[in-house]
Design a protein around this ligand. Structure first.
Ligand SMILES: Nc1nc2c(ncn2[C@@H]2O[C@H](COP(=O)(O)OP(=O)(O)O)[C@@H](O)[C@H]2O)c(=O)[nH]1
Ligand SMILES: [Mg+2]
Length: 378
């Protein structure tokens, strides 16, 4: 998928986060709502503009886990500017030997399921256990709603303050394909920085789950009892992507309903296709609010990793994901080349009309355009 061109630079915002590269267009998250108590939201001290970093500077800073350089390295990756993209690719090549050691975890669920709250509780539990945790958010819609960054920063307030944690809001703007590329590469940067876990939070809408499933080792679906959520999940096939289900908000008055939902899910899971060979998808209860059940989710996660390491599934999945990703990039490249070809661009509107009016079959029009993109052969 093609990234939209950078829109003209946005008006300067009162708070410019430190992950924003120089010359960033409005396609970037260039502002945060003031009052957010995140370290990343602190305005830069007044003074000369930041020095441009070389690939060496970026690589050294990432490997040393310098939070400011880490943030800037991810900004570089997220930038759509061709000069940044070239530098980003050099950086990734440099970092590649340092990647591959983290546990890559995807967490999805409908908006309001409690993903951010859960990641806060889960992340703090892990940090307390001596782990370093990076959190990346994938939400192509966040640039439209504008609210999710504020909400997530507040919900992850405690985790934000831990030195062993790094939280990065969603790259704003752009297609799901663009966001997926940026997230995949951001995972690698976090790994090179020595985080033990990289958690990707994604909103359970549309194709997000499939995109995130294809970049993580372990995929957790967070659910809530009632509202037909269990059934929705089954219909969308999301449950078949999951390595674990966690019914969140199993607290207070909601506890009995959560327990009933767990029993329903356990029955259904029995008949469904498993996401990972040899691993039976469990359905656990948790409360992100009270923290109850969170250590059990971590214990189950460790059990999962022990299983996939021993069975060779972890390596096999990563190899398959890398090849799949290469094909996705080829497809994206071909698509971009096709739609930016001058011959295609001049002929496309006329052929669209002809197809719409029934004067030409779609197949004939497609063949003609593909021929034009190939260098004029009809
Ligand atoms: N009672 C209860 N409320 C929760 C729990 N987890 C999250 N919430 C609340 O649910 C709302 C949505 O949480 P949030 O983490 O933003 O959901 P997200 O959209 O999935 O990231 C917030 O008001 C949370 O305080 C929980 O375990 N129990
Ligand atoms: Mg959230």
């Amino acid at each position: 998928m093609k990234n939209p061109p950078d829109p003209p630079a946005a008006a300067p915002s009162p708070v410019r986060p430190d992950w924003v590269p120089e010359n960033a267009g409005a396609g970037f998250t260039t502002s945060l709502v003031s009052g957010v108590p995140a370290a990343a939201a602190a305005p830069r001290p007044p003074g000369p503009r930041r020095r441009a970093l070389s690939v060496d500077d970026y690589a050294a800073g990432v490997i040393a886990r310098d939070p400011s350089i880490l943030g800037r390295a991810i900004s570089l990756i997220e930038s759509n500017a061709p000069a940044h993209q070239a530098q980003a690719q050099q950086l990734l090549a440099r970092l590649l030997p340092h990647t591959g050691r983290a546990q890559r975890i995807g967490i999805t669920g409908i908006p309001g399921a409690g993903k951010s709250t859960f990641i806060e509780a889960f992340g703090c539990h892990l940090v307390d256990a001596g782990r370093r945790v990076a959190v990346l958010a994938v939400d192509p819609s966040s640039s439209l709603t504008g609210g999710s960054i504020l909400a997530d920063k507040i919900r992850m307030e405690k985790l934000c303050q831990r030195r062993e944690a790094f939280i990065r809001p969603s790259p704003s703007g752009g297609s799901l394909g663009g966001v997926a590329r940026k997230t995949r590469e951001a995972i690698l940067v976090c790994e090179a920085a020595g985080f033990d876990l990289v958690i990707v939070e994604t909103v359970g809408v549309g194709q997000n789950e499939v995109a995130v499933r294809s970049m993580v080792d372990f995929f957790l679906v967070l659910m809530i009892a009632g509202a037909g959520d269990e059934m929705q999940g089954i219909k969308k096939g999301v449950i078949e992507l999951a390595d674990a289900l966690v019914i969140n908000k199993a607290d207070g008055d909601n506890r009995p309903r959560a327990t009933a939902a767990q029993a329903d899910l356990q029955r259904v899971l029995h008949y469904l296709h498993r996401a990972t060979a040899g691993w039976e998808t469990p359905a656990l209860l948790a409360s992100a609010l009270t923290g109850e059940g969170v250590p059990a989710v971590w214990a189950m996660t460790e059990e999962y990793f022990a299983h996939v390491r021993a069975s060779g599934m972890l390596d096999a999945r990563r190899r398959a994901q890398a090849v799949e990703w290469m094909h996705a990039l080829i497809a994206e490249g071909l698509r971009t080349r096709f739609y930016t070809s001058p011959a295609v661009r001049s002929r496309l509107p006329g052929l669209e009309r002809a197809v719409a009016e029934g004067r030409l079959p779609a197949l004939g029009a497609a063949r003609e355009l593909l021929g034009l993109a190939d260098g004029g052969r009809p």
